[in-house]
Write a protein that binds this ligand. Structure first.
Ligand code: SF4
Ligand code: SF4
Length: 469
């Protein structure tokens, strides 16, 4: 049986110190009400189990521990990258997939801070992705957890269904019912619902984008643009700003209305077949548009789009197309730096704290480009956030599935952001924007929140800085 101890190496007996000294609470037990795996079988089947050679790359040095948000919260070895890799090894050696193992794997935010921190180059991203797929195939979840995940995956990857929520959500926010519900404290009794309610952004009227927007001036490239699910439903202004920036920089932008989800949420939660279905559909949608690049403005989506080659490697009809597609994927900040600026920037006198979304910084290694673009705006002062490598607790749907620890991570991040004294927080992921906004509100503080695209767009158009605050 798997237990919470590691023998040999740098750890023993499951009793570990908390090097950060920041252990705040015990990890939630049975948060998801797990009810067990297929009895009598080993942890993993033969369809892409976590690779033993990648597991063996871990030398148990512990350099990753202080960057891991769950280890920072709870100080538990089995909730650290090293401990999770150890449990994968146990599974590969024939241990069954226990409730305890699944709980520790589920608690991983997939933030990939450990990948950045690891001096041995351990590919934890690949390990946890393969492990999550095994968990989804081979572990029976409780009825409550199945229902919650079922509802999430029937809604979130479908932009049209999400857009249907806009009307009722706007009415709820505008009518005063939201304030009334907050006063009753009712949502504290239902943490998952409370988390979803607190994360919902303030909605404004969406701007309709043309399917093909011509380049301004000499055409430098044709780019396909992902509108995304949460981004298109709740942050359509980010998409409008992205299209305007690209056209101002000489790109013809292609935005097919038939595009759907990229599959990021599914792949990050072990739903392999569903993710593959979304990936094939997106490749088909953009197959005839003649694009040089495929541009993404949401970090979580970008990191999975850059791995379509891996996701579809076993599919003879799509493997080659997926590799070609992957080669064209760029985050908005990458393409803008690659092409170099042609549109003049107008001054924006504002102090900005830039937050590295984990799936941009850790998963894609894109840190310099957004900073270079922001520094290129006259009058803008960039400030760094302490402990920038630690996740804000958003992590796709992790904050909905784990509302209490997500709140703790969110408030920790919000405090670090507020300590910069910046007037504006800038990041490149809708999940981070919602999570930090909700956390700042809970702390009773106030700060402007913007996507990198908002700031660049405002500078190129010469808008007043007050529009961002
Ligand atoms: S991905 Fe993030 S939460 Fe998961 S083990 Fe690595 S650092 Fe910890
Ligand atoms: S994952 Fe890397 S940093 Fe963490 S213990 Fe293993 S070798 Fe060390």
């Amino acid at each position: 049986m798997a237990d919470d101890s590691v023998s040999g190496g740098a750890v023993s007996g499951g009793a570990v110190s908390t090097p950060t000294g920041t252990r705040a609470t015990e990890p939630p037990r049975d948060v998801l009400g797990l009810v067990g795996s297929t009895p009598g079988e080993g942890a993993f089947d033969h369809h892409h189990p976590p690779k033993l050679d990648l597991v063996n790359d871990c030398v148990h040095c512990g350099f990753c521990l202080t960057t891991c948000p769950t280890y920072v919260l709870w100080g538990e070895e089995m909730d650290s990258p090293r401990g999770r890799i150890y449990q994968m090894k146990q599974g590969l050696e024939g241990e069954p997939l226990t409730d305890s193992m699944v709980e520790h794997f589920d608690r991983c935010l997939g933030c990939m801070a450990c990948v950045t921190a690891c001096p041995s180059g351990v590919q934890y991203d690949k390990l946890i992705e393969d492990t999550r797929q095994q968990v989804e195939r081979r572990h029976s979840r409780s009825p409550r957890d199945r229902a919650l995940r079922g509802a999430i995956f029937k809604l979130f990857p479908y932009p049209k269904r999400l857009r249907l929520l806009r009307g009722p959500l706007r009415a709820y926010q505008a009518s005063g019912v939201q304030r009334l519900v907050a006063k009753t404290g009712l949502l504290k009794l239902m943490p998952t619902l409370g988390a979803m309610e607190s994360l919902a952004p303030r909605l404004s009227k969406p701007e309709r984008l043309a399917e093909r927007v011509p380049a301004q001036g000499a055409k430098r490239a044709v780019v396909g643009m992902l509108t995304g699910c949460v981004q298109s439903a709740f942050f359509p202004d980010v998409n409008a700003a992205t299209a305007r920036i690209l056209t101002a920089e000489g790109c013809e932008v292609v935005i097919p209305r038939t595009q759907g989800c990229c599959g990021a949420l599914s792949v990050h939660n072990g739903r392999e077949e569903e993710a593959q279905k979304f990936a094939r559909a997106l490749i088909d949608t953009f197959s005839d548009v003649g694009m040089d690049y495929f541009v993404v403005n949401a970090a979580g989506c970008g990191s999975s789009l850059k791995e379509y080659d891996r996701l579809l490697a076993d599919d003879p009809a799509y493997a080659e197309r997926a590799t070609a597609f992957t080669a064209k994927v760029r985050d908005l900040s990458e393409i803008l730096v690659e092409l170099g600026p042609v549109a003049p920037r107008h001054p924006l006198p504002v102090t900005v704290a830039y937050h590295d979304a984990c799936h941009l910084g850790h998963a894609q290694g894109v840190r310099a480009q957004p900073r270079a673009l922001l520094r290129g705006i006259p009058g803008l002062e960039l400030r760094e956030i302490a402990d920038a490598e630690i996740c804000c607790g958003s992590a796709g749907i992790w904050n909905v599935l784990n509302p209490e620890p997500a709140q703790q991570l969110g408030e920790r991040k919000a405090r670090d952001v507020l300590a910069t004294g910046a007037a504006l927080l800038v990041t490149a992921n809708p999940g981070c924007l919602m999570q930090v906004a909700a956390s700042v509100r809970r702390l009773g503080a106030d700060i402007g929140l913007a996507h990198t695209a908002h700031v660049l767009d405002a500078s190129i158009r010469g808008l007043p800085v007050e529009d961002l605050l």
